[in-house]
Design a protein around this ligand. Structure first.
Ligand SMILES: O=C(O)[C@H](O)COP(=O)(O)O
Ligand SMILES: [Mn+2]
Ligand SMILES: [Mn+2]
Length: 576
């Protein structure tokens, strides 16, 4: 059935207000203590939203089943958080879809697996991805099942190219994951399968860049994985990780690339003609660049030196618009009819097609042009993820996506303010220009600096994000607009691993265990601004709302009712 794109008018809320949608990345709500960097930081603007208008500030769930993850033990993340914010519904996410496909065995019946299987007789099966149980980009138990399943279905020679984590899991945990994998591979070897780890490196330094921020990262991985060349050579991956971690100031996230070599010093697993490759991350953003390098014939981002003729499949298809990669083991969630697409179509499509009278009215009062700003490390969050893992515009004439380049080649604790002011100033200018009805931004500081585990720097980061919010809210004030400030998941509000009672855990040496990852905490949603109808307040009848309830709320703020199958709006309008 054709989609009915026209949204009903909201019975009480007007159209034509400028709406600023601000997503604070990694900004959850937690008990105030010394490891809550948001609490420790001076954040007068966010504090005033919380304390100034209790009926216009509330918490929503940003993790687990509320955002389509397998269980409520799964922390939120940017992909699922922004997907829910933009799509207004909860879709079973990659982690869950891969779980079911493995459990039912359907993964082995699909086109993707049958394609790579053609290489099993004469070639090697290479698995490349993030080795941890973080559940954000990949999960070790899924890799274990895939190894078992592939070997039972004829893979005779297997090479695993690992990326160590320390970002979605504790730093230092990489050794345990490598040992677990080594154990599995040795069991396969006992069954006569030639299975080994072939290369590795830390996720932030090798392979897993995103949004084309730094192709050098992908090249380092390519050299090790495909060419079998790296500055460090070891006989085993456990030895590699232990040795490289012993160097001062290194951590799991930033381990240099290494290859595993045989007795004669030759790399054990370069990728060659006839091999099969699976990138086993289910999350797209940090695998798209490698997918391009593996799949595109025309490629000029770095010199690939040798481009093997391989059969390549992603765990999922990473980009539904680019159809990248062409082959994949599990179909991604079909996140369609996102709020962004609806809103664009209600500004323009109605004008262009049949509903002439209505559309003319719409056109005059609602030329909808979105402006989306963020710096490169988070750029795609308010575009790609927001739009249901889809790159590109819905209607280029009505949308503008602008990117503020990130600093590259540094860890963000060095510059915790990042480009927050630049992002906010661009948003401010867009709001003041009067050309845009929705200005959507992501402020990355709490998250990007939170992931470094540097508490002092994260406090500076939170203050910087708060200052950026002020710049944006001041502009909203000037144009008589509306704001909705929220976050995609927690991070900076809790920087320490805790026991069940909430007490910080200590490591063997008595030091606190720093939490570099996201959290299970809820996030705030605050609305306001001079353009907000005075009767608007948060409903009290939605008991456990989540991020998916935000899309209908934003549609209301633009003067529309949300589609019936969207999660309900958070707001109601009292007659006064
Ligand atoms: O990719 C990352 O940086 C982390 O694994 C998750 O962080 P994000 O979900 O905030 O991007
Ligand atoms: Mn995030
Ligand atoms: Mn993050």
């Amino acid at each position: 059935m054709a989609t009915a794109w026209t949204l009903p008018d909201h019975p009480k809320l007007p159209k034509g207000k400028t709406v600023a949608v601000v997503v604070l990345d990694g900004w959850g709500e937690a008990n105030p203590d010394e490891y809550n960097c948001i609490h420790v930081a001076q954040t007068p603007v966010m504090d005033s939203l919380k304390n100034g208008a209790p009926e216009k500030w509330r918490l929503v769930k940003a993790h687990g089943t509320a955002v389509g993850l397998p269980s409520d033990d799964d922390m939120g993340n940017s992909e699922v958080g922004h997907n829910a914010l933009g799509a207004g519904r909860i879709f079973a996410q990659g982690a869950k879809l891969v779980d079911s496909a493995l459990a039912s065995g359907k993964i082995y019946d699909g086109e993707g697996f049958n394609y790579i299987k053609e290489s099993f007789e004469n070639g090697t099966l290479h698995l490349i991805g993030l080795l941890s149980d973080g559940g954000v980009h990949s999960r070790l138990d899924q890799v274990q099942l895939l190894l078992k399943g592939a070997s039972e279905r004829g893979a005779k020679r297997i090479r695993v190219h690992i990326l160590t984590d320390g970002r979605d899991v504790l730093d230092g945990s990489s050794i345990g994951f490598v040992e677990t994998l080594e154990n599995d591979l040795s069991q396969l070897r006992e069954k006569g399968i030639d299975a080994q780890i072939a290369s590795g490196g830390g996720r932030m330094y090798v392979t897993m860049d995103r949004y084309e921020n730094d192709w050098g990262v992908v090249k380092r991985g390519w050299d090790a994985q495909v060419l079998g060349e790296a500055p460090h050579k070891f006989k085993s991956a456990v030895e590699a990780v232990k040795t490289l971690r012993a160097v001062p100031d290194t951590n799991d996230q930033y381990l240099p690339p290494f290859v595993i070599v045989d007795e004669s010093g030759n790399a054990v697993g370069p990728i060659v003609d006839g091999d099969a490759v699976v990138t086993f991350n289910f999350r797209a953003d940090r695998m798209v660049m490698l997918a391009k390098a593996l799949e595109y014939a025309d490629f000029d981002k770095f010199d690939r030196v040798r481009v093997p003729k391989i059969r390549y499949a992603g765990m999922l298809q990473y980009d539904g618009e680019l159809l990248l990669p062409k082959r994949y083991l599990v179909s991604p969630p079909e996140i369609e009819r996102t709020s962004g697409e609806y809103l664009v179509k209600n500004g323009v499509r109605t004008f262009a097609c049949r509903q002439v009278t209505h559309s003319f009215y719409m056109f005059i009062i609602f030329v909808l042009i979105h402006e989306h700003r963020s710096e490169t490390v988070k750029f795609g969050h308010v575009t790609f993820f927001w739009n249901g893992n889809r790159s590109g515009y819905f209607d280029e004439s009505k949308e503008e996506y602008v990117e503020v380049p990130s600093d590259s080649g540094i860890t963000f604790n060095v510059k915790p303010k990042m480009k927050a002011v630049e992002i906010a100033e661009k948003a401010r200018d867009a709001i003041l220009s009067g050309k845009f009805d929705q200005v959507r931004v992501n402020l990355p500081n709490g998250d990007m600096v939170g992931h470094t585990g540097d508490i002092e720097a994260t406090v500076v980061a939170c203050k910087a994000a708060d200052e950026a919010v002020k710049i944006i809210l001041d502009a909203v004030e000037q144009v008589g607009g509306i704001y909705l400030v929220t976050a995609d998941h927690g991070n900076a509000e809790d920087m320490v691993k805790r026991n069940k009672a909430g007490k910080p855990l200590l490591d063997k040496s008595g030091a606190i265990q720093i939490l570099t990852s996201h959290t299970l905490q809820p996030v705030p949603v605050a609305i306001g601004g001079p353009g907000l109808h005075p009767g608007v307040k948060f409903r009290s009848d939605i008991e456990t709302p989540g991020l998916a309830n935000v899309a209908a709320t934003v549609m209301n703020l633009h003067g529309f009712e949300a589609p019936a199958d969207y999660e309900p709006t958070l707001i109601e309008v009292a007659d006064n």
